[in-house]
Ligand binder design. Structure first.
Ligand code: TGC
Ligand code: FAD
Length: 388
């Protein structure tokens, strides 16, 4: 009969379909071969291989939950499981996939014209074409409504001026989805790399998410044709709808990062001897490991619950906020505890733990800070909006 598996403590696997388990196994095997052995070096060198997007495209995870245009069209839970396995390897790799599929591709898929979808999505699904998503600015992060980037009509053209900051994939993108204020409200623009007046310098000196490209976008009189604007939305609802998708992936991803930290701590505690016995045999370390396992299992169950709601078309943004807040905070807690269990080795890139711990400092800030999500939940609970 089926024995008890401490690695799946709550027997969550039996809640998944065969197809979902297959997709998870495929992504897990990919990251085991192509990411895990190398990602410590990528992190140290602050680089990702140029070929990685195409490999991820070949794996089928780019725009995986979208229908048509070369996308796999899987369910939301399957997409979440893929995010979990990717982020179990590294948050930067999951970020690449989130930004490509849930932000850039989703923006075009949801708010673009038929011509825009046909022009961009198939190449983005294979990873031949890389996208980025420019919402945040140097002086407007949590409050994107305060953005200063402007687009004005000039005859049949649009002209964009402004600056975006902290943009994942910016310097490697072939197309930037740039959100700008217009006389008609906030609108999205597709800005191909190489357009005169558009540059994307890379941001250096990051101590988090180093296996991920982060950039500034500079828009200096960037002239675009009329068909560069996403026609179907002209309010903050446009970019915020994309964030719902990416945040949903992070709910799963954070549980994956936490799982890796738990596994590393368990293995280490079993092997490390102090005072003549394995530290795994001490009460204080067992209490920590039990707490970490509880958090990982609870985070995974929450992710799965939100996945089922999303598959049923019932997932609300406030629920995504609860998942993002809870799971990223839990993952940070697990990562910090694991780091201590590893002692001095906990600060080395020879182990995955400090890399995850540092990455999660970005994850807790981007896609809505923990404070922003607490305020979204607080607003829904009390009926009183506390942002402004
Ligand atoms: P508010 O006045 O409430 O709403 C403005 C318009 O937006 C609509 N809306 C939403 N639509 C869809 N989904 C949501 N979650 C939505 N929330 C609001 C709303 O209905 C309204 O529509 P309309 O048509 O009536 O105009 O907006 P607000 O300015 O008060 O802001 C609310 C707040 C603070 C929650 C929002 O601004 C917010 O989420 N701020 C955080 C910004 C953020 O998360 N930025 C992330 C940038 S991208 C990124 O970090 C990528 S990281 C890389 C990776 O993912 O790996
Ligand atoms: P601020 O909004 O200035 O917040 C500063 C502090 O104030 C935070 O602690 C915040 O919680 C708090 N705060 C803000 N408002 C309130 C309030 N009303 N009440 C109480 N406290 C408040 N953005 C993109 O558009 N595209 C990307 O691809 C992208 N990738 C990123 C990659 C990385 C590695 C990082 C670190 C960021 C990325 N971002 C991206 C930007 C990210 O979304 C923003 O950093 C985030 O939204 C927070 O904005 P901010 O940094 O301007 O902080």
């Amino acid at each position: 009969g089926a024995g008890f598996d401490p690695k799946d403590f709550l027997d969550i696997d039996h809640l998944l379909s065969d197809e979902e388990r297959d997709i998870r196994a495929t992504v897990r095997s990919f990251v085991t071969d192509r990411v895990v052995p190398y990602v410590g070096d990528w992190f140290e060198e602050a680089t990702i291989p140029r070929g990685l997007p195409r490999e991820l495209g070949g794996l089928g995870v780019l725009g995986m939950h979208l229908e048509g245009y070369g996308c796999a069209g899987t369910g939301a839970t399957a997409y979440g499981l893929a995010c979990m396995e990717l982020e179990a390897a590294d948050s930067g790799v999951r970020s690449l996939v989130s930004v490509q599929g849930s932000l850039a591709m989703y923006a075009i898929w949801r708010w673009g014209s038929e011509e825009q979808k046909e022009r961009w999505l198939p190449g983005m699904a294979t990873g031949e074409t890389i996208g980025c998503f420019g919402l945040t600015e140097p002086d407007a992060g949590s409050d994107p409504g305060a953005m200063r980037t402007r687009a004005r009509r000039d005859g049949g053209d649009w002209v964009l001026d402004g600056r975006k900051m902290w943009i994942t994939n910016g310097s490697i993108a072939d197309v930037a989805v740039v959100w700008a204020g217009t006389d008609e409200g906030v609108r999205g623009f597709l800005v191909p790399a190489g357009t005169p007046g558009f540059t994307a310098p890379e941001i250096r000196k990051k101590l988090s998410l180093r296996a991920s490209v982060t950039s500034e976008l500079v828009l200096d009189g960037v002239r675009l044709p009329a068909d560069a604007v996403l026609p179907e939305v002209s309010s903050l609802r446009g970019p915020l709808s994309c964030l719902n998708e990416a945040r949903y992936g992070i709910v799963w991803g954070a549980a994956g990062a936490a799982r890796t930290c738990l596994e590393a701590a368990l293995e280490y505690a079993g092997e490390r001897t102090a005072f003549g016995r394995p530290i795994a045999g001490t009460q204080i370390q067992q209490q920590k490991l039990a707490h970490m396992a509880l958090e990982v299992n609870r985070a995974t169950l929450l992710a799965l619950h939100l996945g089922r709601l999303k598959d049923a078309g019932r997932l609300r943004p406030e629920q995504v906020s609860m998942g993002k807040l809870g799971n990223v905070n839990a993952a940070l807690d697990v990562a910090r505890t694991a780091r201590q269990i590893l002692g001095a080795n906990g600060i080395s890139l020879e182990y995955p733990v400090i890399r995850h711990m540092n990455n999660l400092e970005s994850v807790v800030t981007y896609e809505g800070t923990a404070d922003v999500h607490a305020l979204v939940i607080g607003g829904a609970l009390t009926g009183v909006q506390a942002f402004r």
